[in-house]
Design a protein around this ligand. Structure first.
Ligand code: ACO
Length: 337
């Protein structure tokens, strides 16, 4: 059977109300706006309220994407939620989101691939449609990373933020439009470089794991930085070659938003013109699985995702994992605020 073409038809997002600036972080951490903004490009981030979980943000983003796509929740064939900060280890956050949007009966599962999760979820969802197993798929990236942070560790606390983004996948009208291809990968030798050590079956929760803050993100920032700048370049080249496209053909480059120096270095090595690089890191920090859909939504609002344009997305993260995706857009629907 010939695979069916798949398009990303609509996007929706939601971020928590509370804005935390670098200056506010400097009140409790030995850091400064100057250090954070020059080393990472981040100026502020959104932080969820007490009691607010990934599904609370994800459900609002999902409802907005469905409304923009004019798809009723009951018409969905699959819901995939990518998150490194799920509501609970189980049941899946996808189940909570499904309940909130009224998609009872629809298969719903979580996908764990750290910050690459959104691209992996896109690849999974589009395969269901391409193979004829689904007509309409909802992919959500939802994160409340702030609750996985050691707020005394300045090396990680300043980098992350909370938010959610969702897209609707549908059958594309023609094979010239929609998702063209993916490059996905994982390097298990780097699994120790970025992790949340305790709370799983390897290190179940004890008083000691709580006291030694092993329920928070631990990261070797320098090594992750080197990996990211290398893998973004090789993965993007791979997906472009696979689809017979050149870097000059790309109209919009949407990388995972972790550090502006990673984005600038990778874009320079790839030879992408700065005006084609999308970034909103300054206002949100690293929102993990939500970062790419948050960018897609803002890029669409700014008129940067027009009919026939070539969009290159790339994610990377713990695993160490990576994924890039090339899309020939037919436009991207969103709800105007
Ligand atoms: N404020 C002030 N000083 C700081 C801070 C801070 N917030 N954080 C670290 N420092 C200090 C360090 O202690 C060090 O001091 P020293 O020289 O006295 O030892 C100095 O600043 C330099 O530290 P470096 O780690 O060398 O700083 P660098 O320029 O490499 O930036 C950073 C660190 C921002 C973490 C960078 O390495 C990075 O962004 N790495 C990638 C991280 C990333 O992308 N992670 C997410 C991946 S996606 C996922 O799956 C979650």
């Amino acid at each position: 059977m010939t695979p069916r073409p798949v398009k990303i038809s609509a996007v929706g997002t939601h971020v928590p109300e509370r804005i935390v600036t670098n200056d506010e972080l400097s009140l409790t951490l030995d850091t400064s706006d100057e250090w954070i903004s020059t080393r990472s490009g981040i100026r502020e981030r959104r932080i969820a309220a007490d009691g607010e979980a990934a599904s609370d943000l994800g459900a609002i983003a999902a409802a907005r994407a469905l409304e923009a796509a004019s798809v009723r929740p009951k018409d969905l064939d699959l819901i995939i939620v990518a998150s490194l900060s799920p509501d609970m280890l189980f049941p899946p956050t996808a189940s909570f989101i499904s309940g909130r949007i009224g998609a009872d009966g629809t298969p719903a599962f979580d996908l764990s691939a750290a910050c690459t999760g959104f691209i992996y979820a896109l690849a999974t969802g589009s395969s269901f449609i391409a193979s004829g197993q689904a007509e309409k798929v909802l992919v959500v990236g939802a994160e409340v990373v702030s609750k996985m942070i050691d707020w005394t560790d300045r090396g990680t606390a300043v980098l992350f933020g909370d938010g959610a983004g969702a897209v609707v996948l549908e059958v594309a009208e023609s094979s010239d439009e929609g998702i063209l291809g993916f490059d996905l990968g994982n390097d298990p030798s780097g699994a120790g470089l970025l992790k949340l050590p305790a709370g799983g079956s390897r290190e179940p929760a004890t008083i000691e794991t709580v006291e030694s803050r092993r329920h928070s993100i631990r990261m070797n920032g320098g090594e992750v930085f080197k990996f990211a700048t290398r893998i973004i370049v090789s993965s993007c080249r791979e997906v472009l070659v696979q689809q017979g496209c050149r870097i000059e053909d790309v109209d919009l480059f949407v990388p995972h938003q972790a550090n502006i120096r990673i984005i600038d270095t990778a874009a320079r090595k790839l030879g992408i013109a700065p005006e084609k690089v999308f970034s909103n890191l300054e206002r949100y920090g690293n929102t993990s699985c939500a970062s790419i859909p948050l960018c897609l939504d803002e890029a669409a609002a700014a008129g940067k995702i027009g009919q026939g344009e070539l969009v290159l997305m790339v994610g990377f993260g713990a695993g160490l994992s990576w994924g890039s995706c090339l899309v020939r857009t037919g436009g991207l629907k969103r709800i105007e605020e």
